[in-house]
Design a protein around this ligand. Structure first.
Ligand code: NAP
Length: 325
């Protein structure tokens, strides 16, 4: 008998066909109240789950006694209780690598947009307010040659360093759990403690995962260390930052600007004070959101899920302790 898969993300026809060939699929095409009710109804029969952007806590997963595998269409796994999954021997997989370059592109888009005030000034043109040549009050600040500070030197951090070093001639400094000699050699990057990085970087970029350790890592104390001319970029997860402290730092001119792809609560409320600030560029969690990359992520997730349901170890297994060889 075919295994039951609960899908809470739409897939391309090609990937749907692959899943249908080997499994029985229930699609939840919207995670609104109706969709969540449908999900709860289907969980008791599910062997596999595939999707993203849903907090799958024990309360929900207790409804699925036969669950064998979850394939997350994301690299971040902060929506899952890994200890709980491991205890139940549910295999959790993610989609690293295939989104690295695209997410680094997003980071660089935010660096350029904030430094050169692209959104603010493009809006001025659109509003018909370009009546004479721009002057110093509309000038931006250079990106090339400035110091790029990266917090979390993993896959995405490294791709950001590559762009900064080779593309823009930026000195790279970084902070991570452990020093990365190979990265230091490739990009002439230098390790810094977190306070040193905050004090020295022109661009402070977050590329860390959200974990118990990183939640609230950047707050009032950390913004106070940054330079008034520095720009803050977050392409990791909103909860790594104390958003109220960020709003205060921006409002009081403690830092120059912020480029934000992720927020404490998503979607960002339309009355968030962040949206009142001209020096904020806010994007709707688009780090990996290109046609090519989203298809590559979905393919990776389908591969992981089908492998797990066939009793094979998925390539991108997160909770390796759940695997019994
Ligand atoms: P990764 O390769 O695992 O890199 C994460 C890096 O963070 C690692 O190098 C790790 O250091 C470092 N780190 C972890 N905890 C730390 C701490 N407490 N202090 C200092 N450094 C710490 O992950 P990735 O593929 O680059 O992805 C990173 C994160 O980006 C994901 O978890 C996800 O949340 C986010 N992301 C966002 C988007 C988006 O749409 N905006 C898209 C993709 C990913 P060590 O190597 O020394 O352990």
């Amino acid at each position: 008998m075919k295994k039951q898969v609960l899908l809470y993300k739409k897939l391309s026809p090609l990937l749907m066909a692959r899943l249908h060939e080997q499994t029985e699929v229930t699609l939840i095409d919207n995670l609104n109240a109706d969709g969540l009710a449908k999900l709860r109804d289907a969980l008791p029969r599910a062997h596999g789950l595939l999707g993203a952007s849903l907090k799958l806590d024990a309360g929900l997963l207790d409804l699925a006694p036969d669950l064998e595998a979850i394939a997350s269409v994301s690299v971040g796994v902060d929506n899952y209780d890994i200890d709980y999954l491991t205890e139940r021997r549910i295999l959790l997989s993610n989609t690293p690598d295939v989104l690295t370059e695209t997410t680094a592109d997003t980071g660089f888009a935010l660096i350029l947009a904030t430094a050169r005030r692209v959104v603010e000034l493009a809006n001025m043109v659109r509003a018909g307010q370009w009546t004479r040549n721009v002057g110093p009050t509309q000038f931006g600040t250079d990106v090339h040659g400035k110091t790029l500070g990266i917090i979390g030197m993993g896959r995405i951090g490294e791709a950001l360093a590559q762009r900064g070093h080779f593309g823009f001639g930026m000195p790279v400094i970084y902070h991570s759990h452990t020093p990365k000699p190979a990265v230091e050699q490739r990009f002439n990057a230098q390790y810094r403690s977190l306070p040193e990085l905050l004090q020295q970087a022109d661009f402070v970029c977050l590329t860390l995962p959200l974990t118990a350790e990183t939640e609230g890592l950047i707050g009032a104390k950390q913004f106070a260390l940054m330079r008034r001319e520095s720009i803050f970029i977050n392409i990791s997860r909103g909860k790594v930052v104390d958003e109220a402290a960020l709003i205060q730092a921006l409002s009081e001119g403690q830092i120059r600007a912020a480029g934000l792809d992720v927020f404490e609560r998503e979607p960002l409320n339309h009355d968030s004070p962040l949206l009142q600030l001209n020096n904020v560029v806010a994007t709707p969690h688009i780090g990996s959101a290109t046609h090519e990359t989203r298809e590559a992520m979905a393919t990776c997730a389908v591969d992981n899920l089908l492998a797990a349901l066939a009793g094979e170890r998925p390539k991108n297994l997160v909770n390796t302790k759940a695997w019994k060889a």
